[in-house]
Design a protein around this ligand. Structure first.
Ligand SMILES: Nc1ncnc2c1ncn2[C@@H]1O[C@H](COP(=O)(O)OP(=O)(O)OP(=O)(O)O)[C@@H](O)[C@H]1O
Ligand SMILES: [Mg+2]
Length: 395
C-alpha cells in the first residue's frame, strides 16, 4: 500500500504544546495546582517557573492556567513581556492580556463591558484595535496602583472567578531593570498585608540567570517565590512524547529510530518538536526508521543553527577551522559542562592550537562561561550545546 502523507504534522516547534501532547512535569504541575487551590481559598501565592531556554516554561504556565480555570475557578492572564523593559510597558501588556482573556471576552457584566470599551477602538474583521493613546496615558497610573487595578478586575469578575492568575512571561527585557524587582516585592507584600488580599497566583517565567538578576537588584524577592524548576525530559518522557505524537497521525517509530530521536533531542522539548517535525516530513512510510531519524537530525542541525544559535556564533562555527572541533566536542559525552583537558585528548596538534582560540572566541561571544573548576567550561544555552551534538551526526 502506498504511504499517504497525512496532512498536518503533530509537532508544534514554534508554539506552546497543545494539552493532549503535553508530557511530564507531574511534580511541578501538582505543586502549582496546590498553590492554585490555596489561592481559591483566598491565600495569595507566587511561583517562579525556572528553566533554560526552550525547556517548556511557557507551555507549563499555560497548562496550569487552563487547568486552574477549568477545575479551580481561577481566571488567568498570560502576559508576554517580550521586548518590554519598563513598568509602563508591563502595565500596557497586562491590560492587553486581560482584554484578550476568555473570561473578559465572554463576560456579559456591564462593568467588564465598560472596562473593555475604554481600551478597544473598533472591531475589525481580524479582531480588535486597541486605543493605544488611552493605554499609554493610563499606563503610569496602572503600574503605580497595580494592586488596586488587579483588585478592581477581580471584583468585576467575582463571584464567577474565585481568584486571578497573572503570568509574567518572557521577562528578559525587564528582568535587568531594578524597578522590576521592587515592583514584584511590593505587589506581593502589599497584597499580603491588605485586610482582604486579592486571591492572586502570580507566576513569573524565566531562566535561573534572570532570577539571579532580579534577586541581585532586590534581595528580599528571594523570600516571595516558590521555585518550580523544570529540567530536561527523562528518557521515558521523551519516548512517550514521540510515541504519542506519531500515533496521532497513525505513524510509529521503530526502536533504533526512537533511540536516535530521544538521544539527539537531549530532552529539550524545543528540539524534540523540531526533530519530530523533520522526521514526519522526511518519512516516506508510516514507520520512522533509522535512516529517517538520522536525516531528521541533520536537517534539524541546520534549522537550530539558523534559528536559535546567535548569528555571530553560527558564522564562527561554520568556518572550516572549527568544523572538526565542533564535531569532536559535540560528540563528547557531557551535559553542559566539560573539561578542556578531556577534549584536548581527542584532538591532534593542529586542532589543539585552534581549540584554544576557539574557546576564547566562544567565551567572548558568551556561548561558554567558566565552569565550577579551573579548566572547565560550561554552555550557557542548552540549544547551542545540542547544536554541536546534532552536527556530529553525519559520519
Ligand atoms: N511538557 C511538554 N511536552 C511536550 N512538548 C513541550 C512541553 N513543554 C514544551 N514543549 C514544546 O517545546 C517547545 C518549547 O516550549 P516553550 O515555548 O513552552 O518553552 P520556554 O521554556 O517557554 O521557551 P523560551 O525560553 O524560549 O521562552 C514548544 O515547541 C513546546 O510546544
Ligand atoms: Mg517561553
Amino acid at each position: 500500500m502506498r504511504f499517504e502523507r497525512k496532512g498536518e504534522s503533530p509537532f508544534h516547534p514554534g508554539q506552546p504544546v497543545p494539552v493532549d501532547l503535553f508530557v511530564g512535569r507531574r511534580n511541578e504541575i501538582d505543586r502549582i495546582n496546590r498553590a492554585a487551590k490555596q489561592v481559591a481559598y483566598g491565600k495569595p501565592q507566587a511561583v517562579y517557573i525556572m528553566g533554560e531556554y526552550g525547556i517548556g516554561k511557557t507551555s507549563l504556565a499555560r497548562l496550569i492556567r487552563v487547568m486552574a480555570e477549568a477545575d479551580t475557578g481561577l481566571c488567568g492572564f498570560h502576559v508576554m513581556l517580550g521586548e518590554k523593559n519598563s513598568l509602563d510597558g508591563l502595565a500596557m501588556t497586562t491590560v492587553e492580556a486581560i482584554l484578550q482573556s476568555d473570561a473578559v471576552r465572554q463576560s456579559t457584566s456591564s462593568k467588564i463591558r465598560d472596562f473593555v470599551s475604554m481600551y478597544i477602538g473598533e472591531r475589525t474583521l481580524f479582531g480588535m484595535t486597541l486605543r493605544l493613546d488611552k493605554l499609554k496615558k493610563d499606563a503610569p497610573s496602572i503600574q503605580q496602583g497595580f494592586l488596586p487595578f488587579l483588585r478592581s478586575i477581580y471584583q468585576t469578575l467575582s463571584p464567577r472567578s474565585k481568584g486571578l492568575i497573572l503570568i509574567l512571561d518572557e521577562i528578559n527585557g525587564i528582568a535587568g531593570q531594578p524597578e522590576f524587582a521592587l515592583f514584584l516585592k511590593r505587589l506581593v507584600d502589599e497584597n499580603a498585608v491588605s485586610g482582604a488580599p486579592v486571591p492572586l497566583l502570580l507566576i513569573v517565567c524565566g531562566t535561573q540567570e534572570k532570577y539571579g538578576e532580579i534577586v541581585k537588584h532586590h534581595r528580599p524577592v528571594e523570600r516571595i517565590f516558590e521555585i518550580a524548576l523544570i529540567e530536561a525530559m527523562t528518557q521515558e518522557e521523551r519516548s512517550t512524547f514521540f510515541d504519542k505524537a506519531f500515533q496521532k497521525v497513525n505513524m510509529q517509530v521503530d526502536q533504533e529510530a526512537m533511540n536516535i530521536l530521544c538521544d539527539f533531542s537531549g530532552g529539550l522539548p524545543r528540539l524534540m518538536h523540531l526533530l519530530g517535525d523533520a522526521a514526519f516530513w522526511i518519512a516516506e512510510q508510516s514507520v520512522i526508521d533509522k535512516e529517517t531519524a538520522i536525516s531528521a537530525v541533520a536537517a534539524s542541525a541546520e534549522e537550530v543553527g539558523r534559528k536559535f544559535v546567535d548569528q555571530q556564533v553560527y558564522k564562527a562555527l561554520r568556518s572550516k577551522d572549527y568544523k572538526n572541533i565542533l564535531k569532536k566536542l559535540g560528540r563528547f559525552d557531557f551535559d553542559l559542562e566539560f573539561k578542556k583537558s578531556a577534549i584536548e585528548k581527542q584532538l591532534n596538534e593542529e586542532e589543539k592550537k585552534k581549540f584554544n582560540t576557539f574557546l576564547q572566541r566562544m567565551k567572548k561571544l558568551n556561548v561558554l562561561v567558566p565552569g565550577k573548576e579551573r579548566g572547565e567550561y560550561k554552555f550557557r544555552n542548552r540549544l547551542t550545546r545540542w547544536y554541536f551534538y546534532l552536527n556530529s551526526v553525519d559520519d
